[in-house]
Design a protein around this ligand. Structure first.
Ligand code: HEC
Length: 132
C-alpha cells in the first residue's frame, strides 16, 4: 500500500465485506431464534438430503441449497422457518412449482428443513484472509 488513495480503497472494501458478514450473522441469529416452534416435527437431515435430491429441489436451489441467480434463491444454511417453508412449498407464489403432500409429506419437509439447517456456515469475518 504505497499511496494514500490505495489505502483508503482497501479500508472501504474491507469495511463493506465486514458489514456484509456481520449482517449475515445477525440474520442467521434471528432466524435461529424464530425457527423452532415447540410442536415442529423433528427432522432427519440425512433423509432430508435424499428427498431434496429425489424431488429435484436441488435442480433450482443447488445441492447445498446455495441457490443460483438463474434458477432459485439460497435456502441454506438458514432456511425460513419450517412452517413458512411448508406453506411456500405447498402454494408457491412465483416461479417455483407446487408440491402436494402426495409428492412430499410434512415429515419429509421437516427432514429437508433439518438438512438445510445442517449445512455449514461460511467462515467468520475474523478468519477471512481478505480482512487481514
Ligand atoms: C423449478 C425450480 C424450483 C424447484 C424444483 C424448487 N424450487 Fe423452491 N424456489 C424456486 C424459486 C424460483 C423460488 C423463489 C420464489 C419463486 O419464484 O417462487 C423458490 C423459493 C423457495 C422457498 C422460499 C424461499 C424464501 O426465502 O422465501 C423455499 C423454502 C423453497 N423454494 C423450497 C423448495 C423445496 C423444499 C423444493 C423441493 C421440494 C423446491 N424449493 C423446489 C424454484 C424452485
Amino acid at each position: 500500500m504505497k499511496s494514500f488513495r490505495g489505502c483508503r480503497f482497501d479500508a472501504g472494501a474491507a469495511l463493506a465485506i465486514a458489514l456484509f458478514f456481520i449482517s449475515l450473522h445477525v440474520r442467521s441469529a434471528i432466524a435461529a431464534q424464530e425457527s423452532k416452534p415447540a410442536d415442529a416435527p423433528a427432522g432427519n437431515a440425512e433423509n432430508g438430503k435424499r428427498i431434496f435430491t429425489k424431488n429435484g429441489c436441488y435442480e433450482c436451489h443447488g445441492r447445498e441449497g446455495q441457490g443460483s441467480n438463474m434458477t432459485g434463491p439460497r435456502i441454506a444454511p438458514d432456511p425460513v422457518p419450517l412452517d413458512v417453508l411448508t406453506r411456500y412449498v405447498r402454494k408457491p407464489t412465483g416461479e417455483m412449482p407446487p408440491y402436494t403432500d402426495k409428492v412430499v409429506s410434512d415429515q419429509e419437509l421437516a427432514d429437508i428443513y433439518a438438512f438445510l439447517q445442517s449445512r455449514p456456515h461460511p467462515p467468520a469475518a475474523k478468519n477471512n484472509p481478505l480482512l487481514k
